[in-house]
Every structure is written in structure tokens, then in C-alpha cells.
Design a protein around this ligand. Structure first.
Ligand code: CP
Length: 307
């Protein structure tokens, strides 16, 4: 296992997070730094993606490296029955870094046990999405000017949404107040509520996405109901449209409120919110390139030029 891998946000310290944010800020100012000359990065996506894969690949290209990989596992030899173990062993022969998304929770951790090539987890089932968390933290820092003492309201699919699980854990260093808004079937799992209690993090749970909750928030983090994680389609139908943020719901909100969403959205945010200055989800996705440049260079042990 390579200790530069990024598998779970739980594994990294506050100083690691601050270093990655410092790097992201550097890359936003210097997006075309050619620090990856001669390096090859593999992107192995066993599940669909638009933002994560393309922003990782943009990050590598802007850094002057090369990308190999697949965006559809049906075009790889996994479709012929090749195991994940063999796939990772093989790709380690070709690449200096492996970015992988897999439908199985724990797949990225497993990959680190197979190879010394650093692994970046680009999402493993409903478990973790740590590179998304780094761009979320960067977005929060940019919009709020700080990470400490913020009220963050997470809305929607808190059960299967891996982005909220990773963000919750990362915020343990920054004294957040969480408001969890979800249907009872999609509550934040008990292990994350226990994590909050163990780390002295204030939280409350709500079924109603009320004006009171909205008006207290510094960040509203909307999430999509993860249809692909439901074994019963009828259960998905019951909850898919429960929460939708509309422009008029923001009339009493704080000036500094920003609305985040890892995207893709379905119906969780009405189109009329897009033009609000409080909507930040498209800029958030753009920040993904800088955050991923930070993650890649750190995973490869590349120092930033002295500035
Ligand atoms: N936020 C995110 O993970 O988006 P994609 O599924 O498009 O990569």
C-alpha cells in the first residue's frame, strides 16, 4: 500500500486537508503548470461519471501528463470476467497513479492492498467520495472565507449519498453545525450520527425542509436520490421528488448562503435557482479541476514550485 493514496477522507489529517487546499489555490492561479511531464495516470471507471472523470482527466492534461483508462467497464476485460485484482495489477504496470470509481464499497481500499501504485478513490458505492470532498471544502472556503463554525444543511439522499458521508467526516476539524433533511427512509446512517457524537459535532435531523432551516444555513448541500442504489424501484418512486429547492424559498436566507450540489441534479434544484447569486454548483464543479490537480500532485510526491 502506498501512503499517498487517497481512499477515505477519514485517513487524512487536518494538515493534509489544509495542504491540499493550499495546492488547489495554487492550481487555480497556475492551471497549466507542467508538473506531470512524462507521468501516466489511469482513470478506471466501473460506474458512470461526467464531472469526476473529466475533471481528473482535465487536471492531468493541464499538468502535462498523459491519461489512459476506460469510462465504461464493458469495454474492458472486466466484461470477460477479469477480476478487480488482476485489473489493478495490470494497470499498475502501465500507470504512475490509478484513479478508480467502483460500485463496490471498499473497492479502492482493496486496490491499495494489491499494488504500491497510489490509488485515488473516485467513489466506491455508497461509501466515500474523497476527491469530491476536497472540491467541496475548497468551494466552501472560497465562498465563506473560512471552514470553521458554519451551519451546513444536507438535503435529500443522506443514506446512499457518498458525498455527504465524506464531507461530514472532513468537517470534523472545523466545528460545523449540521442540519440533516431527509425522508425517514434516507436518513443519515447511524454510523455517521455516531461519528458526529464522538467528535462533538452538533447536528439535528429534519423531515421538513423548512424556512427556519434554510434561513439558518451558510451552506445548503442538495443531493440527488441515488436511484442506482435502490433494489426496489417502487421504493425509489416514493422518495425521488420529496425535496426540491425553489427560488422563492431563499427569500429570507443569509447573504452568505451558497447552494452546493455534487451534481448531476435531477429535480432537486429548480432551474430558476441557477441565476441566483447564491447558486454555486457549477462553479463548484469547476473547482474540481484545481482540487484534483492538488490530489494528483500530492499523490505523486510532486512539490509545488516556489512562488
Ligand atoms: N459529482 C460527481 O461525482 O459527478 P459524476 O458522477 O458526474 O462524476
Amino acid at each position: 500500500m502506498n501512503d499517498r493514496s487517497l481512499v477515505s477522507i477519514e485517513d487524512i489529517s487536518k494538515s493534509d486537508i489544509l495542504e491540499l487546499l493550499h495546492r488547489a489555490r495554487y492550481f487555480e492561479a497556475h492551471p497549466d503548470s507542467k508538473l506531470l511531464d512524462g507521468r501516466v495516470v489511469a482513470t478506471l471507471f466501473f460506474e458512470p461519471s461526467t464531472r469526476t472523470r473529466l475533471s481528473f482527466e482535465t487536471a492531468v492534461n493541464r499538468l502535462g501528463g498523459r491519461v489512459i483508462g476506460f469510462s465504461d467497464a464493458s469495454t474492458s476485460s472486466a466484461s470477460k470476467g477479469e477480476t478487480l485484482k488482476d485489473t489493478i495489477k495490470m494497470v499498475s504496470n502501465y500507470a504512475d497513479l490509478i484513479v478508480m470509481r467502483h460500485f463496490l464499497e471498499g473497492a479502492a481500499r482493496y486496490a491499495t492492498e494489491i499494488t504500491d501504485t497510489p490509488i485515488v478513490n473516485a467513489g466506491d458505492g455508497a461509501n466515500q467520495h474523497p476527491s469530491q470532498t476536497m472540491l467541496d471544502l475548497y468551494s466552501i472556503l472560497k465562498t465563506q472565507g473560512r471552514l470553521e463554525d458554519l451551519t451546513i444543511t444536507m438535503v435529500g439522499d443522506l443514506k446512499y449519498g457518498r458525498t455527504v458521508h465524506s464531507l461530514l467526516m472532513a468537517m470534523r476539524y472545523f466545528r460545523p453545525r449540521f442540519r440533516f433533511v431527509s425522508a425517514p427512509e434516507l436518513r443519515m446512517p447511524q454510523e455517521y450520527l455516531d461519528f458526529c457524537r464522538q467528535n462533538g459535532i452538533e447536528y439535528s435531523e429534519h423531515v421538513d425542509f423548512s424556512r427556519e432551516v434554510i434561513d439558518q444555513s451558510d451552506i445548503i448541500y442538495m443531493t440527488r436520490v441515488q436511484r442506482e442504489r435502490f433494489s426496489d424501484p417502487m421504493e425509489y418512486e416514493k422518495v425521488k421528488n420529496l425535496y426540491s429547492l425553489k427560488l422563492d424559498m431563499l427569500s429570507g436566507s443569509k447573504d452568505n448562503l451558497r447552494i452546493l450540489h455534487p451534481l448531476p441534479r435531477v429535480n432537486e434544484i429548480a432551474q430558476d435557482v441557477d441565476d441566483s447569486p447564491k447558486a454555486y454548483y457549477f462553479e463548484q464543479a469547476r473547482n474540481g479541476v484545481f482540487a484534483r490537480q492538488a490530489i494528483i500532485t500530492r499523490a505523486l510526491g510532486i512539490e509545488l514550485p516556489q512562488s
